[in-house]
Design a protein around this ligand. Sequence first.
Ligand code: BEZ
Length: 254
Amino acid sequence: MQVMHSWRADEYDEKARFVSEEAGEILRWLDARPGERILDLGCGSGVIARDLMRRGCSVLGLDIDPDMLRAARARGVSVVQGSGEQLPFEQEFDAVFSNAALHWMSANPAAVAEGVARALKPGGRFVAEFGGHGNMAAVITALRAVARRRGSHEAEEVLASSWYFPSPEDYRTLLERNGLVVERIELAPRPTVLPGSLGDWLNMFCSSFLAQFGEDAGVVVAEVEDLLRPVLCDSSGRWTADYVRLRVLARKPR
Ligand code: BEZ
């Protein structure tokens, strides 16, 4: 089952600003230099692409979502609409960069890796951070439990195919099969304090899952929050998402 998620860029910029704010570590791995040609794969609303341009890089943002692309264009980013699973580039980029996007490209990760390898110039690098093995384990378990309690096998299926959270071993194998040499790969827990409630997060990021429940979606959100409050919410009502990041730096041989 292929699940398509659509975005509202204004809401994303307001409620999910932490996604680009938390990108400091992977930007250090990228170590972008002025004059480099960089593909931002899954550029979203273009916050990071714009920052890379300010550092003197020539950036192309690619995203599948028209509303995100409009927001990126408004930030002055050159963009192209497309799927990460069908990248059309041949040896064009010094670096392909991706933050918090590859886990959404869950239908065919091998096609993403093949397209990334093809898009890089010889000697070019692929630097990415996204959800890795165990990402959001508590949240996903609670979503599955609530879906089961309601007898919704369809919702469980939507969940299973919504995201791609590989282990470092599996992702290394995938990249190596596509001719990339992995220089650095790590799985790092990164508990992330949410700016609002877990319900806000669910409404933004799990809309395909929630859509299965129609007008009961609000009740489902409340049930998931009830299950998770003891483990993800502190005494002041602050929610922390159990993010686990996979970070990778891989190179195309010369
Ligand atoms: C993540 O960034 O890890 C993520 C975001 C939304 C849904 C699932 C995972």
